[in-house]
Design a protein around this ligand. Structure first.
Ligand code: WT7
Length: 643
């Protein structure tokens, strides 16, 4: 049912913090006087030294720089914890739900504060200082939030590596930002299976001489090897640590965390977010887009290993004094009703998940959903990839009982928080559209030459000016930061996404226009998968593209040319899939592998990905001009052998 419009329900508008008039007012005041608008927005936080200026940014090569609230100082953990103690010390801060139903933990703001101070002291005791890098390779347990906040308390920079990444991927990240200390767990639990986190750390750290300390949380009690002098148990260290630790006054522009994400080359990019602007952004966007109020139980299903978990499981909710759910399980364990049962169990009022999860659960039928009450829900959210209108309608009708608005939020690791999203009390919804920019955000659509298009149009999405939550650099490679994001369309931030704008000014993201694919809402660089494949001794060459996938959004389609004398077989196909899993992690496992005697290349040797994409999509009727290929006949055999 494309073309449908869902007006703001009157009862939602009546209670919302921001209604249509207020949205229009904010957009206008941000445009009329950006400095005074942002000066006021920054007041959502407690500052140790107040800032005297908000915005000091330029996307132009001559005076390029991004600084927000730069002369202010603050502490992130004090904003997420200390400032709530007087009013909500006994309120639950984190509601933890384990992999097994019934495994739960509730931790109040006061308890969380004490735990964070203790772990901050543990870190100090291991010699971690302001500016040092600490890696977290953890399941979705309370200790992950404790470790994040403890880093911020002493000014250490955390880098979280998703527990699904392989030892090699972990080691690359530990080395890239020179990590001193790693926090992990004995094992993780996912859908009833164990993940050998500590064993993976052992293998990774063997190649990382800079790592001097490993702290291990006991999650399952599974057997692990502890290295004398290097490894310590979390509980043993915490038992003797003091429960108070003064928060360090950090500059607004001091790095807060590094998070690696995939780009168009084989090397993941260390996205750097800083203290003041990032926290302002996640605090205000959480408050406004989820229209958060006291008493809400907020559940974002993302893992803290991704940016969504940083911004909307931990920092945004806690800075607002919310109750946030941390879920250490998966949507289909022990059965397909897990999400909905958990919503009832915890009384969740706002639920934020990814389209891939919605599509997967939609396939299992409505009964799993309708067996639950979901009466507590008032708002639903979507993030990570475009949501197809069919999935949107199902989410709205079946999960939300037609009662709950859906906020489809477009953003990226690089943007820190949401940029294009509806406000539930202000924005009419169109299924499949992330709707309109948040106040102060200036999206533009440009054509291939960089001409800014107006009115209803389609092209590439850029952002014309900075916002506080924007990334500041790539760790150790400021040049690559500028090259990647600000040179395609000089003077503008290039998102890498294609986008359509309709006659009502609504934005419809059409997907990545670069060599990045979006698999189940997770970003994967095609070059990363190719690098992993060619490491295999039987592989001569590989080209990887995205293909449409019913549940994952996009799947990974790999064309592989074998070395002379090697025979293609189903067995080798399985071996290569397993190989990529071990090299990068399960999320990178190719969905299809096609053995190709040759790849379509131009005479200068460049692989024509456009053609490979078309074949993977099964759209072989419109391959376009292939006459410029060095050997046009390879295309025929590729089409014939399509997987
Ligand atoms: C890419 C960023 C946002 C945090 C999770 C992913 C795609 C994200 C939407 C949405 C359409 C979306 C874009 C973007 N994307 N949200 N609501 N509608 N597309 O962060 O891994 O940095 O990926 O995800 O293509 O560029 P990420």
């Amino acid at each position: 049912m494309t073309g449908a419009v869902y007006p703001v329900p009157p009862e939602v508008a009546a209670r919302a913090r921001i209604d249509r008039a207020e949205y229009d007012h904010r957009v206008a005041s941000a445009a009329a006087n950006p400095e005074s608008y942002w000066m006021a927005e920054g007041q959502c936080l407690d500052w140790i030294t107040p800032y005297t200026r908000a915005k000091a940014t330029s996307f132009d090569e001559g005076d390029f720089g991004i600084r927000w609230f730069a002369d202010g100082t603050l502490n992130v953990s004090a904003n997420c914890l200390d400032r709530h103690l007087a009013t909500r010390g006994d309120q639950v801060a984190i509601l933890w739900e384990g992999d097994e139903p019934g495994e739960t933990r509730r931790i109040t703001y006061r308890e969380l504060h004490a735990e964070v101070c203790r772990f901050a002291n543990v870190l100090k005791g291991r010699g971690v200082r302001r500016g040092d890098r600490v890696a977290l390779y953890l399941p979705m347990i309370v200790e992950a939030a404790v470790a994040m906040l403890a880093c911020t308390r002493i000014g250490a920079i955390h880098t979280i590596v998703f527990g699904g990444f392989s030892p090699d991927s972990l080691a690359d990240r530990l080395r890239d930002c020179d990590v001193r200390l790693v926090v992990t767990a004995d094992e993780g639990c996912r859908g009833g299976k164990r993940v050998p986190l500590k064993a993976n750390v052992d293998r990774a750290v063997a190649n990382c001489p800079g790592v001097s300390d490993v702290i291990v949380v006991r999650r399952t009690g599974g057997a692990v090897t502890m290295v004398e002098g290097r490894d310590r148990w979390w509980d043993v260290e915490m038992a003797t640590a003091a429960p108070d630790c003064a928060p360090e006054a950090m500059g607004a522009e001091d790095p807060l965390f590094i998070l690696y994400t995939s780009g168009s080359t084989g090397k993941p990019k260390g996205v750097v977010h800083t203290t003041g602007g990032y926290l302002v952004w996640v605090t205000t966007t959480f408050r406004d887009v989820f229209d958060h109020r006291d008493g809400d139980i907020f559940w974002c299903t993302a893992d803290v290993g991704w940016v969504t978990g940083h911004s909307y499981v931990v920092y945004g909710p806690l800075a607002n004094g919310a109750t946030t759910v941390m879920f250490d399980g998966v949507p289909n364990y022990p059965d397909h009703g897990r999400f909905w049962k958990t919503i009832d169990l915890l009384g969740v009022t706002i639920f934020y998940t990814a389209p891939t999860a919605i599509r997967a659960l939609m396939r299992e039928g409505e009964d799993w959903v309708t067996a639950s009450s979901r009466a507590s829900l008032r708002l639903l959210g979507s993030v990570g990839e475009p949501i197809n209108p069919e999935a949107w309608e199902w989410y709205h009708r079946v999960v939300g009982d037609r009662r709950c608005p859906i906020v489809d939020t477009w953003w990226q690791t690089e943007t820190g928080g949401m940029l294009i999203a509806p406000l539930p009390g202000a924005t009419d919804l169109k299924p499949g559209s992330a709707t309109k920019p948040l106040p102060g955000v200036l999206p533009e659509i440009v054509d291939a030459e960089g001409q800014v298009l107006s009115g209803a149009c389609e092209g590439n999405l850029v952002i014309a000016d900075s916002w506080p939550g924007q990334m500041r650099t790539l760790w150790g490679d400021h040049d690559r930061f500028f090259q990647t994001y600000f040179t395609t369309y000089p003077g503008k931030y290039f998102t890498g996404d294609g986008c359509r704008r309709d006659e009502d000014g609504y934005y419809w993201i059409t997907g990545r226009v670069d060599d990045v694919i979006n698999v189940s809402g997770h970003r994967m660089g095609t070059a990363e998968v190719e690098s992993a494949l060619v490491l295999h001794p039987k592989v001569a060459e590989a080209a990887v593209v995205g293909m449409p996938h019913d549940v994952k959004g996009q799947g990974i389609y790999a064309y592989v040319t074998l070395n002379a004398g090697e025979a293609a077989s189903d067995e080798l196909r399985q071996t290569l899939r397993a190989w990529v899993r071990t090299e990068i992690g399960p999320i990178a496992t190719p969905d299809a592998i096609q053995f190709a005697p040759g790849l379509p290349k131009t005479r200068s040797g460049k692989i024509m990905r456009r053609i490979l994409r078309k074949i993977a999509e099964g759209d072989t009727s419109s391959l376009g001009d292939i006459s410029t290929l060095a050997d046009p006949s390879v295309v025929e055999s590729l089409v014939a052998e399509r997987q």
